[in-house]
Design a protein around this ligand. Structure first.
Ligand SMILES: NC(=O)c1ccc[n+]([C@@H]2O[C@H](COP(=O)([O-])OP(=O)(O)OC[C@H]3O[C@@H](n4cnc5c(N)ncnc54)[C@H](OP(=O)(O)O)[C@@H]3O)[C@@H](O)[C@H]2O)c1
Length: 267
């Protein structure tokens, strides 16, 4: 990331409402989390801001990510999206702002990217990036502006490795951050392979999965509002997996039951 780093494990906040977010964010920050992921679409930026304020952790020690929707895909739209998000979050600046989806049907993501570049130049947003951008969308915004996203958030988990898009991000120096890293309740955590590995490493199945993300160079934003799981998920970054176990985990690739396609997802 330009002049900074991004925490390996952060807190996802979808689908928490404001009240749940306020409690979970404050708790997570007190437990040691330093990154919180939200979005205009989640409707919980107010709760995230209250949680940050209630945590007692200094604003400059918290990395807040938010994202904007298709309605804001223009230079003026991105500026308004920033003002709206900053007001709801109760902050002067946002650490990382992302285009939530490319929404190729309306074909205005280049303008959205130009809007983010302006916001970074103005210092209102520290880092700028994309979410759900396949290589062809990255190529387009980079060739139009010369500016490379700092981070690209993608749906990645052991059943959906996204090798091609991840390799492309890496080639361009873009950080890949995994969304739904635990498979969003689709049965990933319950697969027997993770129970076996959890026994071997003396941890939980979810920790094996999050350790996999970190061991292969990803950062991740698991969502939990359960205090014990919040701790587990953060500590997973300290677990070193054997290469053979990483290979076993990656043999699951292609078996994801619910993959969202950026080409067709019309959020
Ligand atoms: N950029 C995008 O387009 C996009 C799309 C989707 C999501 N996201 C972001 O990514 C974040 C994470 O994705 P997600 O919420 O979809 O899915 P996820 O983090 O893969 O999974 C969340 C589910 O796993 C459970 N869980 C959490 N920790 C666990 C543990 N240690 N053991 C067992 N179960 C555990 C949670 O339940 P409990 O809460 O009960 O613990 C919840 O049901 C979102 O919150 C959002 O911030 C971004």
């Amino acid at each position: 990331m330009n002049g900074g780093t991004v925490p390996l494990i952060g807190l996802g906040t979808w689908p928490m409402d404001d009240a749940e977010c306020e409690r979970a964010v404050a708790e997570a920050l007190q437990l040691g989390y330093r990154l919180v992921d939200t979005a205009f679409a989640y409707g919980n930026e107010v709760g995230v801001g209250r949680g940050v304020a209630a945590s007692g952790v200094a604003r400059e020690d918290v990395f807040i990510t938010t994202k904007f929707d298709r309605e804001s895909h223009s230079v003026a739209g991105a500026a308004l999206a920033f003002e709206d998000a900053a007001r709801k979050l109760g902050v002067e600046y946002i650490d990382l702002m992302l285009i939530h989806w490319p929404n190729p049907d309306q074909d205005r993501y280049v303008e959205a990217w130009e809007g983010l570049i302006v916001l970074r130049e103005q210092g209102k947003v520290r880092h700028i990036g994309t979410s759900n951008f396949l290589p062809k969308y990255l190529d387009r915004i980079i060739s139009a502006t010369g500016a490379v996203p700092e981070l690209n958030q993608l749906q990645v988990n052991p059943r959906h490795l996204q090798r091609g898009p991840r390799a492309y991000n890496a080639e361009l120096g873009i950080v890949t951050q995994s969304w739904s890293p635990l498979g969003q309740g689709t049965g990933l955590v319950e697969l027997p392979v993770f129970a076996d590995l959890a026994d071997k490493y003396g941890c939980t199945p979810a920790q094996v999965i999050l350790a996999w993300h970190v061991n292969v160079g990803l950062c991740a934003i698991p969502k939990s509002s359960n205090p014990e799981r919040l701790v587990q998920n953060l500590r997973a970054q300290d677990i070193d997996l054997d290469p053979a176990d990483i290979a076993t985990i990656e043999a699951l690739d292609g078996t994801e039951p619910d993959v969202k396609n950026p080409d067709t997802f019309m959020h």
